[in-house]
Structures are given as C-alpha cells and as structure tokens.
Design a protein around this ligand. Structure first.
Ligand code: CMP
Length: 144
C-alpha cells in the first residue's frame, strides 16, 4: 500500500554495476518494487521525460547522457515514497549530497548523478505513465 514513485538508474549506474546496490537501498527502506525494466531510451522519450528542463542550457547534454546506454526504470511503492526516495537519493549535485545517500556514496559530478526520482505527486503520476504500461506494473497477486 501507499504512494508510488518513479525511479530511474541512469546509464552510469548500469555501466558501473551498482544497480544491485541501489535496488538494495530501496528494498532495505521497505519499499515494494512494482515495476522494473532495463531499456535503451529513445531520444524523444527522454526529451519528453525532461521536457520541463527544455530551456535549460544543460538540456542537450542531459538527454545525451541519459540516452548513452541502458537505464533501469522502476516504480516503487510505500508510505510517502516520493519524498522518502528523494531522501535516499540525495541532492541533485553529488558534491553536495550527504554521505549515506545514493548520490553521496556513489556519485561525484552533476553530469553523472546516477539516478533520478520523481519530485512531486504530479511528476510521479506523469513519469510512471510515461515509462510503464499498466500491465507492466505488478499487482503482487498470485497467479496459478
Ligand atoms: P534528475 O534528478 O534526473 O533531474 C534533472 C536532471 O538534470 C538532474 O537529475 C541532473 O542530471 C541534470 N541537471 C540538473 N542541473 C544540472 C546542471 N546545472 N548541469 C548539468 N546537469 C544538470
């Protein structure tokens, strides 16, 4: 039960082999994985995901980075999981991220900050439906 949030391990996380370590942190927290897939992100799909940053000077670099290799897109569920996941992930700039957070422990620079998490109820809803079809999200019911 609880709130759902969208989390994406970016290509640097996949390439460095820290997918398992990152997933463990969400599991350790108590969140329930309801969706997970590795995929090569089409450029347009990535541009749409980051459309609110379209006018920012770093937009093209950001899209190139996130499309540079496979990502792991996930949906995690739990009490206040949007805010809680952002706390697990840490500050956007890894230099400022507190040790103990994912970015604080695993990342060094803004251009390779390892992971994304939805920042509000609205963006979580939008991002979950942008990355997942309904039937890709588990209901956690038993199938015989
Ligand atoms: P994310 O949480 O995925 O949301 C927006 C992303 O934009 C952010 O993580 C960073 O990867 C990137 N970003 C934000 N600010 C900057 C910046 N000043 N320079 C480069 N990339 C940035």
């Amino acid at each position: 039960q609880g709130e759902r949030t969208f989390v994406m391990i970016k290509p640097d996380g996949v390439q460095r082999g820290v997918v398992g370590s990152i997933i463990s942190r969400f599991e350790d927290k108590g969140y329930k994985m309801v969706g997970c897939k590795m995929m090569d992100t089409p450029t347009q799909h990535c541009e749409k995901h980051y459309e609110e940053h379209k006018e920012r000077p770093f937009f093209n670099k950001l899209v190139t980075y996130v499309c540079s290799g496979p990502v792991v897109a996930m949906v995690w569920e739990g009490t206040e999981s949007i805010k809680g996941s952002r706390n697990l992930i840490g500050a956007t700039n890894p230099t400022a991220a507190t040790p103990g957070t994912i970015r604080g422990d695993f990342a060094m620079e803004m251009g390779r900050n390892l992971i994304h998490g939805s920042d509000s109820t609205e963006s979580a809803a939008k991002e979950i439906s942008h990355w997942f079809e309904d039937d890709e999200l588990s209901k956690w019911t038993h199938h015989s």
